[in-house]
Design a protein around this ligand. Sequence first.
Ligand code: ATP
Length: 513
Amino acid sequence: MAQEDVFKKLVSHCKEYGFVFPSSDIYDGLAAVYDYGQMGAELKNNIKKYWWDSMVLLHSNVTGIDSSIFMHPTIWKASGHVDAFNDPLIDNKDSKKRYRADVLIEDQIAKYDDKINKEVAKAAKRFGDSFDEEKFRATNPRVIEHQEKRDALHERYKKAMNDNDLESLKQIIVDEKIVDPVSGTDHWTDVRQFNLMFSTEMGSTADGAMKIYLRPETAQGIFVNFLNVQKTGRMKIPFGIAQIGKAFRNEIVARQFIFRMREFEQMEMEFFCRPGEEMKWFEMWKATRIKWHKALGFGDDHYRFHDHEKLAHYANAATDIEFLMPFGFKEVEGIHSRTDFDLSQHEKYCGKSIKYYDPELGESYTPYCVETSIGLDRMFLSVISASYTEEQLEKGETRVVLKLPAPLAPVKLAVLPLVKKDGLPEVAQRIVDDLKFHFNCQYDEKDSIGKRYRRQDAIGTPYCVTVDHDTLNDNCVTLRNRDTMQQERVPIAELNNMIADKVSIVSLLKKLV
Ligand code: ATP
């Protein structure tokens, strides 16, 4: 099935089973804003817990805060967001659609990569075991031609972005004959800068209301609390501050479901260190974060690092962790070495010292900072898209199953009485009442057992137990495994022991140490 079709199915699956709804659905939705339903909220909470515990429990020198969304407007002047948090946008005059110029060009670069990869794949098939990929890439005339075009485009693009040269970005789009996917034409406007921050007013207009911004990242709430946390927590460098919270960006092109939203959630950690030691910590956090992703077991080939072409105004090193989504490798997390930019800027704008006295060195300095910043919604999308599976069963049957890592699954155990009578519902309900303190259980008595299994598969429940007439005599139930569909007879008294560890976040955390 084409990847686009898989993605469409995934989006409707998310709605049908209560994971993600369009916001304001009964009013036909609001562009690029989504609500999480009864299953989605559970999955999201589990991802949050996995991240928070991996940061705050596993690192004695990382601590967490929860800062407000509204902040003093000067913060955004100091951070550079008022002047530089822009995207280059371009409109197509025929379709009236708006695009990010950088995204159009990056898509064009990806097209050259696709062409090269197709040539390589074709040759690999033709030559079989004797295929020498490196030699083929270096000598095949078609590959060389594509590669040269790609590299030249890449160089021009990098320079235009670094110089903030909007005219050159437009010229690249013209020269590459990039057309609007909707109208198919190249009638483009000039490229303009567009600030992504939402603003609103605080206080009544009679008092002279203040223009404030909805935060476009949670990080600044950490920087402005650096001294509060350091002093009250008696933290010694190096140490980190973690935070999970909402962020808002007026994205020009909001596409691909929850991948790019206007209201979203971030999980960010700022790690403060001695100046000059930031590269060591940058490498350490790169390794730590990729391990966190890979521990979910979707396969190491689903991840790659992508170093930034254009460093943000605050960074001296930056890389993205990209995940193989149904629409290609896409950024899920950014790891940035932000130097002392943010703390120095706040020091300048607030007029107070934000220095740290290092007792070991006997001197004061402005700490350097390495940031790990992951979008919770993008993480959610990567988890659910990697888990979504359509399986062919015997007798021409199919099933849709979400092969979610058990610790992230919204419901861990479904308890199903075989029939709605003969005392079986009461036994099933007692099992739920016993186990509900340990993990999320769901009782379901409606429809045939087969249908109930399918419903649980569709929401990714790793275990189901069926209570039947034998249960009344032997106190045993049939435990069914979601992935293997194998069933075994187990004593009710053993259920907690058999399931609790496997569905606990602790089982994931143990893979990280
Ligand atoms: P992009 O290049 O995709 O716009 P970015 O590089 O601007 O992303 P960062 O500012 O580094 O993103 O933000 C850190 C993380 O926050 C991203 O890796 C992503 O997971 C998440 N994120 C950023 N913007 C959005 C958005 N509009 N919707 C959902 N998640 C987002």
